[in-house]
Design a protein around this ligand. Structure first.
Ligand SMILES: CC(C)(COP(=O)(O)OP(=O)(O)OC[C@H]1O[C@@H](n2cnc3c(N)ncnc32)[C@H](O)[C@@H]1OP(=O)(O)O)[C@@H](O)C(=O)NCCC(=O)NCCS
Length: 190
């Protein structure tokens, strides 16, 4: 799909220069499966659970699937993005919330996760920058994602808010014990 060097928006400096461990964002490959499953498992419940079958589903259907890796080619994080119909048959109620609202305009972050030891170094923003660029290039109008409020995920709220997302509502599609905030970022076309 593509590969790009990780570039921080903080002063435009390459993150690789600030931390030699950090390499690049590149397309997901089947050989990343074990690492992606481990990073996902480490970050539940901030992200939903994912088994091999679900990962295979995303690998088949996701319009955008990247990993961020270190300079030794070890994946440190991943982002799975969907448009409105690439994941036909996907029953997530949060995905349905956004597809009903935006149809073909939608670029949806199904999940993003960074391994704990590499969090806070800009990998999440780097993958979002890549997804945003992809979405603009494909004429999408809005980036969308949900973030847990019960149980709360303050790091992710902060990240989405500083990345330019606005909260547009809340939902409890999985019952009273879990709640999400819906976040959206309108994309400016070039
Ligand atoms: C949430 C998560 C994806 C964020 O990724 P991260 O790489 O840890 O993000 P960082 O903390 O480096 O980035 C947030 C920072 O990016 C900054 N930022 C916002 N937009 C940016 C941009 N375009 N470029 C660079 N930095 C940006 C923010 O200001 C914030 O910086 P600050 O902490 O100095 O204020 C990651 O921490 C994670 O995987 N958490 C566990 C799983 C999870 O919560 N996933 C999301 C579920 S909704």
């Amino acid at each position: 799909m593509f590969s790009m060097q990780l570039v921080s928006s903080r002063g435009g400096q390459s993150l690789a220069r600030e931390d030699r461990r950090i390499g690049r964002v590149r397309a997901y490959e089947p050989s990343d499966a074990a690492a992606v499953l481990a990073i996902n498992a480490e970050n539940v419940p901030a992200v939903g659970e994912m088994d091999e079958e679900k990962l295979a589903f995303f690998a088949r259907t996701a319009t955008f699937f990247v990993v961020a890796e270190n300079t030794n080619d070890v994946p440190l994080g991943f982002l799975i993005g969907l448009d409105n119909d690439a994941a036909a048959g996907y029953t997530s109620p949060n995905y349905a919330h956004f597809t009903a609202k935006y149809a073909a305009e939608l670029a949806y972050v199904d999940r993003v996760a960074v391994t704990e030891s590499a969090q806070g170094q800009g990998l999440g923003p780097a993958m979002y920058n890549a997804f945003e660029a992809w979405a603009i290039g494909f004429g999408k109008g809005v980036l969308a994602a949900e973030v847990n409020t019960i149980p709360d995920n303050p790091h992710s709220h902060h990240f989405h808010q500083t990345f330019g997302f606005t909260e547009t509502g809340r939902g409890r599609p999985y019952g009273p014990d879990e709640e999400v905030a819906y976040y959206e970022k309108v994309l400016r076309r070039a």
